[in-house]
Each structure stands twice: as C-alpha cells, then as structure tokens.
Design a binder for this molecule. Structure first.
Ligand SMILES: N[C@@H](CCC(=O)N[C@@H](CS)C(=O)NCC(=O)O)C(=O)O
Length: 217
C-alpha cells in the first residue's frame, strides 16, 4: 500500500508537505481532508492524529502529524543526497532552527489570522494581527539579509516550509518596498518548478474560504 498524505489545498503546512512529495518524488496517495467540514474530527482521524490537524503522512504503522517533521522524514528517506537537507550536522541544525521558526512563529501567527477568518467569519485585521504580520516580515527581512535563503545560501526544506506560509501572508498583507530582500526571495521561490502549481492551487482554495484578502472590509 502506498503512503498517504492527508491534506487540504488551502493549508500552508499541507502545501509544504505536498511540495516536498513532488521535490523528492515520493510515491504517495493524496487524500483530501476538509477540517472546515469537521473531517479531522472523526474517530478514525483522531486515532491517527489526536491534534486533528493536517497534514498527516501515514506509511504503514508510521504516522507523522507535523509538516516540518514530514519534510525532514521525506528528505531523509527519499532525498538522500539532496541539498535540500544536507548531511552536515551544523547545516542541519541551521535548517531545523528555521523549520521550528516557521512552525512556532510564522505559521503560528498566520493561524491566528486564518482560524478566526475560517471558523468565525472574521473580516479585516485587528491591530495585533497587523503587528504580528509586520513582525514576521521584519524577522524574515533580517534573516534574508544574512544569507540568500532562509537557512543557508541555497534552497533547503526550510525555504519550502517558509514559502508555503509566506505566500499566504503576502496574500493577506502584500509585501511592500520596505521588505526588498524578502520580496526578492519570494520572487525567486515563485520561479521554482514545484512552486507555480502549488501556490496557485493554494491561494485559489484559500480564496473560497476568505473571498478576498483578509484585510479587505
Ligand atoms: N504545526 C502543524 C500545524 C498544522 C495545522 O495547524 N493545520 C491546520 C490547517 S492549516 C489544521 O489542520 N487545523 C485544523 C484544526 O486545528 O482543527 C504542522 O506544521 O503540521
């Protein structure tokens, strides 16, 4: 039985896992799970992932329910000699650091915007949400002034994770000239072969939940 990736097109972490499957040519069956319709709350799903989130990567008795852990696993198993997750332990530490940054800072702040929009119909951004978005951009601008990509001087899985988050942040609050390094990075990421389809599909589906950028009234 092939491995399965439980995902929803509009979800940034699911998108990152989908891009990794494409990058590393993982033989995987994609399974749509719409958490907005409660499909992550069924007893079967909760058995697999008590956190009721997507994505989930399930391969036999191995179940991984965090996109960043999925990216690492796929890079290690299917992208063995890949520059996306080099073997050098120091480089890996720098990549892991930025994966945790995406999980704990960038995506956490994005979720504080998308969850109220999806689940509670919130429109417009609160002052705190705007501040959070600007802070994400400031962190990223500083990071990208130190090296060309998020963790190293070439694209790694940290860029894949951050890209899936940042293209949604940019949809919600378009980047301005203040963030030149971040804008250049986003443009560069947009050109990657795995990016085009995933960004378009991700934003298309997001737009069905949030029918215009969240900051529109
Ligand atoms: N840190 C997790 C975040 C996963 C997450 O929060 N996914 C959202 C969709 S973007 C979700 O499934 N939400 C449904 C819920 O929390 O019930 C990861 O990287 O996989």
């Amino acid at each position: 039985m092939p491995a399965k990736l439980y995902k929803l097109n509009a979800s940034p972490p699911a998108r990152a896992a989908m891009m990794a499957c494409e990058i590393f040519k993982v033989p995987v069956e994609m399974v749509n799970v719409d958490f907005v319709k409660g499909e992550t709350l069924t007893p079967e799903y909760l058995k697999m992932n008590p956190l009721h989130t997507i994505p989930v990567f399930a391969d036999g008795d191995l179940v991984i329910h965090n996109s960043h852990a999925i990216l690492i696993y796929l890079a290690e198993v299917y992208g063995k000699d890949s520059s996306f997750y080099p073997k050098d332990v120091k480089q890996r530490a720098l990549i892991n650091q930025k994966l945790f940054f995406d999980d704990g800072v960038l995506f956490a702040k994005l979720r504080n915007i998308t969850y109220p929009a999806f689940a509670l119909g919130q429109r417009g951004l609160t002052e705190q949400q705007l501040k959070d978005l600007e802070e994400c951009y400031e962190f990223l601008e500083e990071i990208l002034s130190r090296q060309k990509y998020i963790a190293l001087d070439h694209i790694t899985i940290a860029d894949v994770a951050a890209y899936a988050t940042v293209f949604v942040l940019d949809y919600i609050l378009p980047l301005n000239a203040k963030y030149s390094k971040l804008s250049a990075w986003l443009k560069e990421m947009d050109k990657q072969p795995y990016a085009v389809k995933h960004k378009a599909e991700g934003l298309n589906m997001l737009a069905t939940y949030i029918n215009s950028p969240v900051n529109s009234k």
